[in-house]
Design a protein around this ligand. Structure first.
Ligand code: GDP
Ligand code: IMO
Ligand code: MG
Length: 431
């Protein structure tokens, strides 16, 4: 048995979905451990595109069991749309291949509304996805949340819902000056969703434990990225969950430390959506070119992603905070044809070199990256046609080797295109 945590090590959208879909061939279970509908994971298989928000990225493989674990905040309406969409594309989601933890907390309509109203009101906007993530995690921590097990019991749910709607309506009316929401409408929608989801409820900690006893492999799927972690990210410009590897243990209740490896997924450059510091951000035509070649538009919100060079100061921090055992680099193909590729190796702050990352936003907003340049490779050989590491252009191999030597952990996977098959495995992390 081996357990692999796969997570993003920048500000999200590293291509985790693609890598997880690729690696699902080698596992029995894929379990999503945090976040909610804020995530957008794009999978492309033989040219056919699927975008997932809540469904684990292993769902396209039949025979693999997908789990939504306790650490996720689940919007059942969004999830039902995703399931219907998959079913129209011949991907059947049944109780045999999909389970939802009894302990996952629900995102309800008032969470999405308050997320939106708060963003409208803030002077320093966070740029949330307005999917109700922060408010749902707040309710969980305040012990006011409604879990999937509460939802399955109509009497209990209706009572808890009434209490929470009174609480939120007070704020809508008196603090935000907005319309109140209607209890009966949400009860009616929930009755419908209860029937839809009745068969999926499970104690997913037991599913994981039993799989381990049978010697099966497990893949823990992270959403967002390390620098969006509520504790270790660029607070307050973060999401409201632990996106780092520790979140994988809490968010699943499956603590098999000795058999666990942690694979960090990073882009060959950096992107960020929403507000917050971004030391290597580009505001020039090279940035525009990378954004264009990389199609850097958010899968959840449709917002343009900010683009910058790869930041090794941030990446070394992510390696340390997550205890990464190896890396996957994505979108290497996007850098083809550039003249030079730059990589930040340190920051300068007030005349001094800073060699380690900081969560101090004021400092991070002022640091100047110190760059090392690498020669790129030309467009004559499309990278997305390459399947073996040795066939990559010499300069691409030099670039990868230089990164490995500075980061001091192996790069095991190189992604050269968005399609599942456009992947080079140097070493399979499910060893
Ligand atoms: P995630 O949130 O980490 O799963 O990443 P997203 O799916 O939001 O964004 C990554 C985008 O890059 C998607 O459109 C993918 O189809 C695409 N992608 C992933 N890997 C590669 C790659 O190696 N090359 C190129 N060109 N596109 C990629
Ligand atoms: P995936 O899984 C990129 C960002 C938002 C915002 C901040 C807080 O596709 O990588 P939230 O709605 O979570 O309260 O927003 O976090 N954000 C993401 N950025 N990819 C994501 O997910 C993100 N999920 C949240 O843009 O800056
Ligand atoms: Mg994404």
């Amino acid at each position: 048995m081996s357990q692999l945590i796969v997570l993003g090590v920048q500000w999200g959208d590293e291509g985790k979905g693609k890598i997880i879909d690729f690696l699902t061939e080698f596992t029995n279970i894929v379990v999503r451990f945090q976040g909610g509908g804020n995530a957008g994971h794009t999978l492309i298989v033989d040219g056919k595109k699927t975008v997932l928000h809540l469904m684990p990225s292993g769902i396209l493989h039949n025979k693999v069991v997908s789990l939504i674990a306790n650490g996720v905040v689940t919007d059942l309406k969004l999830l039902s749309e995703e399931i219907n969409n998959l079913s129209q594309n011949n991907i059947k989601v049944t109780k045999d291949n999909f389970q939802i933890s009894y302990n996952t907390h629900l995102i309800l309509p008032y969470h999405k509304l308050i997320d939106k109203y708060r963003e409208e009101r803030r002077n320093n906007k966070i740029g949330t996805t307005q999917k109700g993530i922060g408010p749902a995690y707040e309710d969980k921590v305040a012990r006011r949340g409604i879990r999937f097990q509460d939802f399955l019991n109509k009497e209990r749910f209706d009572k808890l819902l009434k209490r929470n709607i009174d609480y939120y309506n007070f704020q809508f009316e008196y603090y935000f000056g907005k319309d109140k929401i209607n209890y009966n409408d949400i009860v009616a929608e929930s009755d419908f969703l209860r029937e839809f989801f009745a068969e999926y409820g499970k104690d997913t900690t037991l599913t994981l434990h039993n799989a381990t006893l049978k010697g099966e492999n497990i893949l823990l799927e992270g959403a967002q990225g390390t620098l969006l972690d509520i504790d270790h990210g660029t607070y307050p410009y973060v999401t409201s969950s632990n996106t780092t590897s520790g979140g994988g243990i809490i968010g699943t209740g499956h603590a098999t430390y000795s058999q666990t490896s942690v694979l960090g997924v990073f882009k060959a450059y950096t992107t960020r959506v929403g507000e917050g510091p971004f030391p290597t951000e580009l505001h020039d035509e090279i940035g525009e070119l990378i954004a264009k070649n990389g199609h850097e538009v958010g899968a959840t919100t449709g917002r343009a992603r900010r683009v910058g060079w790869l930041d090794l100061v941030a990446l070394k921090y992510a390696i340390r905070i997550n205890g990464l055992t190896s890396l996957a680099i994505t979108k290497l193909d996007v850098l083809s044809g550039l003249d030079k590729i730059k990589v930040a190796v340190a920051y300068k702050y007030e005349g001094e070199n800073l060699n380690s990352f900081t969560n101090n936003i004021e400092i991070l907003n002022k640091v100047e990256p110190i760059y090392q340049s690498y020669d790129a490779w030309d467009n004559s050989l499309p990278l997305d046609s390459i399947r073996v590491y040795e066939d990559l252009p010499e300069n691409a191999k030099k670039f990868i080797k230089a990164l490995e030597s500075m980061l001091e952990i192996p790069i095991e996977i190189v992604s050269v295109g968005p399609d599942r098959r456009e992947t080079i495995v140097i070493n399979n992390p499910f060893r």
